[in-house]
Design a protein around this ligand. Structure first.
Ligand code: IDP
Ligand code: MG
Length: 184
């Protein structure tokens, strides 16, 4: 099984789509193993959107994403990252197929309702960025036996996420400050 991060963005929350979005993932057969409402921290967001920092819409994106709380969740399932991206649709909602979340509920390339991790490597990083280890809950769900055939059932996560220790986090922060030429 794989895990992926989904964020219901401020437009999804403001447009009363939290229930609808969660319903789609649940009904598909994805298992919710982490779920919370949180106003996103701008420093975490800057890490999250580092690939876009040179884009003209970057500041607007940060403002939008911090405007009101988001709903964050970790979903688990076979090939969860790809499955969730397919349910979400492409970045530009106007080009998204009917039946996808962005295709059904959004008109914009920016306010596109949800974030979903793009690949397994990013999923691992993003889950660690927004969730603490103790916020993810392992449990057996009744529908498991009905969702997969025997050859598809590997019950436990292949993605053995390793959280950094406090010391490692501290050392990393110190190194970043050093690289920027700042003082400790
Ligand atoms: P993704 O969310 O589909 O993975 P990314 O390219 O990773 O798309 O971009 C992250 C987010 O940045 C998008 O979901 C959207 O909110 C915003 N964004 C991306 N491209 C544009 C753009 O051209 N104009 C405005 N906002 C954009
Ligand atoms: Mg992306």
């Amino acid at each position: 099984m794989r895990r992926t991060l989904v964020i219901i963005k401020p437009d999804g929350v403001n447009r009363c789509l939290i229930g609808e979005v969660i319903k789609r993932f649940e009904q598909k057969g994805l298992k919710i193993i982490g779920l919370k409402l949180e106003r996103l921290n701008v420093y975490k967001l800057k890490d999250h959107y580092v690939h876009l920092e040179d884009k003209p819409f970057y500041q607007e994106l940060l403002n939008y994403m911090t405007s009101i709380p988001c709903v964050l969740m970790v979903l688990e399932g076979k090939e969860a990252v790809q499955v969730v991206r397919t349910l979400v649709g492409p970045t530009n909602s106007r080009k998204a197929d009917v039946g996808t979340i962005r295709g059904d509920y959004a008109m914009s390339i920016q306010t596109n309702i949800v974030h979903a991790s793009e690949n397994n490597e990013l999923a691992e990083k993003e889950i660690k960025r927004f969730f603490k280890k103790e916020e993810l809950i392992e449990y057996d769900k009744m529908n498991f036996g009905w969702l997969y055939c025997s050859s598809e059932k590997e019950k436990y996560s292949q993605l053995d996420i390793k959280w950094k220790s406090k010391q490692e986090e501290y050392a990393e922060k110190k190194e970043k400050i050093k690289q920027k030429g700042g003082k400790n």
